[in-house]
Design a protein around this ligand. Structure first.
Ligand code: NQM
Length: 361
């Protein structure tokens, strides 16, 4: 099936329909998406990182979860499938897909689905509307970056901290200097390098297309990203899609922080889900690079509005711990998802289909 999940779009597979051998699986996914090719003309991919994504879904092997989800970022011009990070947008489509495919049964009005992202072990609860036991896609929920409205997908994360880097602040510091620039290296669901837009000569309010064309800026960002990746325990990140790079500036349109994200080589049309959660987390850490830039609401429960090129993304966080050492205990947010297509896709000959006995559970 093809789903739009949040502000992304991808092909959703049952794990049992793909080979269990990783190299074989990746050959099929590359072929199905039409990679490597900058236009992905021979496949389903949309020639952009936000539309070159795959979800591999199965019943959970963890007794405390319902569904296991493997996220695959499929390279566009490189024959590469990266399963290092999470994707909170593609995650939004996993609950409807699991119900559509009969992996779990829908309840009468609303169904809560506990999904484990196996890339990182992050667990999320997704709540979707299922009137009469059928997934509802129509509704009034609106997220910036997607035209129109749809049924809400409510997502709650409990344990996103250190998803890929092993800890929230992999260097042990709230602020580091990398390649001459102050940064906060942080992972609350997504490894992110947070830096002030002004430190790389930008306002942080530039339109996305302008930033995307800025070759000098991209070069500078990569100069910071490569060593930052090493400090974040990610090794050589030259061919990895993490860490993401987020330029921040004071809020401008009524939110709490302004952002422009690089994922990591293209400027995001809005902002990734876990990236937004991670930036919101950086906002509440005393001494982070965000201090003096973000407006942080008072109270334990904070509704943080993260401005991005297409509008804003609200992340609701619950902050515990102490004033000096706050802990983000919970993050909740709203997405929408829509079933776009259901059918059979054809891999190129040579990207072999699985033999039945190899099929994964
Ligand atoms: O940060 C884009 C997206 C993402 C990832 C990316 C995401 C997340 O918008 O959770 O959702 O960072 O490549 O789908």
């Amino acid at each position: 099936m093809m789903f739009r999940g949040g502000t992304s779009k991808g092909a959703y597979f049952l794990a049992s329909d793909l080979p269990s051998d990783v190299a074989e699986r990746d050959r099929i996914l590359l072929s199905v998406m039409g990679s490597p090719d900058p236009r992905q003309v021979d496949g389903l991919g949309g020639a952009h990182p936000l539309t070159s994504k795959v979800a591999v879904v199965s019943k959970s092997k963890d007794k405390d979860c319902d569904i296991d989800f493997l996220f695959c970022q499929v390279g566009i011009d490189k024959p590469m499938v990266d399963t290092t990070p999470n994707c909170g947008n593609i995650l939004a489509g996993v609950a409807p897909f699991a119900i559509e495919r009969g992996l779990i049964e829908a309840r009468k009005d609303v169904t809560a689905v506990k999904v484990r992202t196996i890339n990182t072990g992050t667990v999320a609860e997704l709540v979707i509307e299922t009137p009469g036991g059928v997934v509802n896609y129509e509704g009034e929920a609106k997220i910036d970056g997607v035209p129109g409205t749809a049924a809400p997908v409510v997502i709650n994360f409990l344990d996103a901290e250190g998803s890929v880097c092993g800890s929230l602040l992999p260097t042990g510091n709230v602020k580091d200097k990398v390649a001459g620039v102050d940064v906060t290296l942080i992972d609350n669901g997504m490894p992110v390098v947070v830096l002030r837009a002004s430190d790389v000569g930008k306002t942080g309010y530039e339109p996305r297309d302008q930033l995307d064309r800025d070759v000098e800026l991209k070069k500078r960002i990569e100069e910071i990203r490569i060593p930052a990746g090493k400090f974040m325990n990610l090794g050589d990140v030259t061919n990895k899609v993490v860490p993401k790079m987020i330029l921040i500036a004071p809020p401008k349109t009524g939110g709490h922080i302004a952002t422009r994200s690089f994922i990591p080589h293209e400027c995001h049309a809005s902002i990734g889900v876990f990236a937004a959660v991670t930036v919101a987390t950086a906002c509440v850490l005393p001494g982070s690079v965000v201090q003096g830039i973000a407006k942080v609401p008072e109270g334990r429960d904070k509704s943080m509005s993260v401005e991005h090129p297409a509008g804003e993304f609200t992340v609701n966080i619950t902050v515990g711990g102490t004033k000096e050492k706050p802990i983000v205990e919970r993050a909740g947010l709203l997405r929408t998802a829509r079933k776009l297509f259901e059918g059979k896709t054809f891999a190129r000959v040579g990207a072999r289909a699985p033999a039945p006995r190899q099929a994964a559970e």
